[in-house]
Structures are given as structure tokens and as C-alpha cells.
Design a protein around this ligand. Structure first.
Ligand code: SAH
Length: 250
């Protein structure tokens, strides 16, 4: 790996990563397309770190810049998501094995969910990167999991692997959640960026992976749960997972 692209949507989702890079040495900041890209070394790994902001277009544009302007040869996304599957709880971690856009529908011209003219709906994460993120998440929970429950109602968090779905919608109602579960029974979590990054990376042959901490259950309580989790724990999870993932990769 020459240079790893690391992205998130919101500042809390990067944890202390940029501060760590600045403490470790020179960090070059480049502004492009209204975003800042931080180029330096993160826990021993040559990296370019940026905030995409929210949604699929933002994520795709940022992934494209990481590949073409900053020469990232792999991309990792870290952030929060809504739990969709009944066994996925707030405080759990979901590492994507595959990703798809739940709101893409050009039927009847193309099968529902399929990216028109690309001939596929699902995009795989890189297995080695996903394995490494899952190992980092398990280590984080084993070493710091007990302390998490003291700050938020998180009990015995678990790491899941499987389908993560993305769309330009904050899913926050019983009806929307159950519609998702019915349509995509294997979906573990819902968010707003991952599948867009996976598609761009697929098109350019760049390995990518997505790790998501579950901030809410994508139901009517989601807005409050999301905001509280973002403020209380999102940075702790991201810092804990990324630091272990990067040190193992260095
Ligand atoms: N109101 C918030 C925006 C939240 S958008 C603000 O002003 O900052 C939610 C973000 O977290 C997205 O980046 C998405 O990827 C993720 N996310 C968390 N829970 C989600 C849910 N239930 N549905 C969709 N995305 C969710």
C-alpha cells in the first residue's frame, strides 16, 4: 500500500486521527472542492484523511479525488450507521463484506438496485481490509468495551460482518425500517455513503472497506440516539478501531 485514503462523513467519525497525524510529524493540508485533505502519516501508515460530508454524491466525489488527486491506492471509511437487522444493536460494530444502494431503482428498465450499465447492484469490500478492520474492532471492544457502557447504554457490543446498505435518506421511522428489512432481509446496517465509495473503488480497481458503529436503530428514536451517540461515543470508537487497524498495517 502506497497511500491509504481514510474518510468519514462527520468530524466525530474521525476521532483523534488528524491530531495524531499532526503530533507524529508534518501534515500537508490541501483544499479541493470545498474539502480539506490531510496528507501525512497516521499511526505509521502513509495516509490522506478527509471528511466527505453526508450523502452518496459527497462520498463518491471525495473517493474519486482520493484516488485521482491524492493517489490513494486503498480507501477505508469509518463512521456511524443505523442498525437494520434485528440482531444489530446500538454500540455494535458492522464491517461491510458487501454494499449496495437501497434507494437506486431504475426498474423496469434495469432490475431494482442494479447500477444501470454497470450490471451489478452489490459491491464487495476488500476481504483483507475488512478482516483487518474487524480484528481491530474486536480488539477495541475486548480492551475498552467495558468502559463504553459507563458512558452510554451500550452492553456487550459485538462485531458483525455482512451487507451494509446506503441511500440519500436518514432512516428514522418504523415503516421505513421495516420496508428496508422486507426488501433486503440480509441488510445489517443503513448509512448514506458506503455503497457510493464501493462503486467508485470497483470502477477503478481500488480496494476499499467500510466500518460502521451502530448509533441508532433507524426507527423513530433514531434522531435522538444518533445525536447522543455522535456526541458521546462515535469518536471513541473511531479512534479505538483506527489506531489498532493502522498500527497493525504499519
Ligand atoms: N442531522 C445530522 C445529519 C445526520 S445524517 C447532522 O446535522 O449532522 C446521518 C449520518 O450518519 C450519515 O452520514 C449516515 O451515513 C449515518 N447514519 C447514522 N444513522 C443513520 C440512519 N438511521 N439512516 C441513514 N444514515 C445514518
Amino acid at each position: 500500500m502506497k497511500r491509504l485514503g481514510i474518510m468519514a462523513a462527520l468530524p466525530q467519525e474521525l476521532g483523534d486521527l488528524i491530531a495524531q497525524m499532526q503530533a507524529a510529524g508534518d501534515v500537508r493540508t490541501v483544499t479541493l472542492g470545498r474539502r480539506e485533505y490531510y496528507v501525512g502519516t497516521a499511526h505509521g501508515v502513509a495516509a490522506v484523511v478527509t471528511l466527505a460530508r453526508i450523502g452518496k454524491v459527497a462520498a463518491a466525489a471525495t473517493a474519486s479525488a482520493l484516488i485521482h488527486v491524492f493517489e490513494a491506492d486503498a480507501i477505508v471509511f469509518t463512521g456511524v450507521a443505523g442498525g437494520v437487522h434485528a440482531r444489530v444493536q446500538v454500540g455494535d460494530v458492522v464491517v461491510a463484506d458487501t454494499l449496495m444502494q437501497h434507494d437506486l431503482d431504475a426498474s423496469p428498465l434495469f432490475p431494482r438496485y442494479e447500477v444501470p450499465l454497470l450490471g451489478r447492484a452489490r459491491f464487495d469490500a476488500d476481504p483483507a481490509l475488512a478482516d483487518a478492520l474487524a480484528a481491530a474492532a474486536r480488539a477495541f471492544i475486548a480492551e475498552e468495551g467495558a468502559a463504553l457502557g459507563e458512558r452510554f447504554a451500550v452492553a456487550a457490543p459485538r462485531v458483525h460482518r455482512g451487507l451494509v446498505v446506503s441511500g440519500d435518506r436518514f432512516v428514522a421511522s418504523h415503516d421505513a425500517l421495516f420496508a428496508l428489512r422486507d426488501a433486503l432481509p440480509d441488510a445489517l446496517a443503513v448509512e448514506m455513503e458506503g455503497a457510493a465509495i464501493a462503486q467508485v473503488c470497483y470502477e477503478h480497481g481500488v480496494p476499499c472497506a467500510v466500518v460502521r458503529t451502530v448509533s441508532d436503530s433507524a426507527d423513530a428514536a433514531a434522531p435522538a440516539s444518533f445525536s447522543e451517540f455522535l456526541a458521546a461515543l462515535a469518536a471513541t470508537y473511531s479512534s479505538g478501531i483506527l489506531s489498532r487497524f493502522l498500527r497493525a498495517a504499519a
